[in-house]
Design a protein around this ligand. Structure first.
Ligand code: XBP
Ligand code: MG
Length: 235
């Protein structure tokens, strides 16, 4: 590894935990509660995950999969998405989520070695809060120096905005960072910000193309980490 890594920047959905089935459940419940006869099955949701951001995903679905007589306005979509976020938050609070194997140890060892930690996620701050409180019993700011969430930027992944925000807020050199991602759009977002990327695909992204990844592993378990990352965190 040519540069010393001073900061790990974690994606959330699919990286910290396998969250997308819970998101899909929350979307479908919100559609039902609002009287919409929409249902996102696993195959369709996998296709829709190419669009980051729940509001953007709903808009994309309406424009590309439906020909509604009275399409939802952006305001309607925001109300619908807020309802989905409430449902998702309750599902997370009910203990439906566990961290991906190896993630807790990876984060604990980074802190022990004074490697700074940050978040870069297309999801909302409130969804991040729900997950961290449920899985770590802490506030996100007790673990991560910077929280770059979808509600803070104009463009979500694969745009570099979320990663650029971390670099700007922490005033750090991108070459001394490592992004930790699960999807192609997350990989592209980090690479656009000139940040090296460790990818471990999540269940919805197993067939994504990760050719640009600097490091790849099947899981975050220490025995499956690339040797450079293992040395950084465990040697
Ligand atoms: C994943 C996303 C999010 C979630 C749904 O974000 O793209 O949109 O799928 O959450 P990341 P919201 O992998 O960057 O963590 O409905 O809050 O967008
Ligand atoms: Mg992700």
């Amino acid at each position: 590894m040519r540069h010393v890594i001073s900061t790990l920047i974690f994606d959330v959905d699919g990286t910290l935990a396998e969250t997308e089935e819970l998101h899909r459940k929350a979307f479908n419940q919100a559609f039902k509660d609002k009287g919409l006869n929409w249902h996102w099955g696993i195959k369709l949701y996998g296709d829709l995950l190419k669009i980051a951001g729940g509001k953007e995903r709903i808009k994309f679905y309406q424009e590309n999969f439906l020909t509604p007589k009275s399409p939802l306005s952006d305001g309607d979509i925001t109300v619908l998405h807020n309802e989905k976020t409430k449902i998702y938050s309750n599902l997370v609070k009910n203990g439906s989520l566990t961290l991906r194997p190896g993630i807790r140890s990876l984060i604990e060892n980074s802190l022990k070695r004074n490697i700074s930690l940050a978040i870069s996620t297309s999801t909302s701050h409130s969804n991040l809060l729900s997950l961290i409180e449920s899985c770590f019993k802490k506030k996100p700011e007790d673990i991560f120096c910077c929280l770059s969430t979808g509600d803070l930027v104009k463009k979500k992944k694969p745009a570099s905005d979320l990663y650029d925000l971390v670099i700007d807020q922490m005033s750090i050199d991108p070459t001394e960072c490592l992004a930790v991602e699960d999807s192609r759009i997350g990989l592209l977002a980090a690479k656009s910000a000139k940040i090296k990327v460790l990818v471990s695909p999540s269940s919805y992204h197993l067939t994504d193309d990760f050719v640009e990844a600097d490091y790849f592993c099947k899981s975050f378990k220490k025995e499956q980490l690339p040797v450079d990352i293992y040395k950084l965190l465990y040697n």
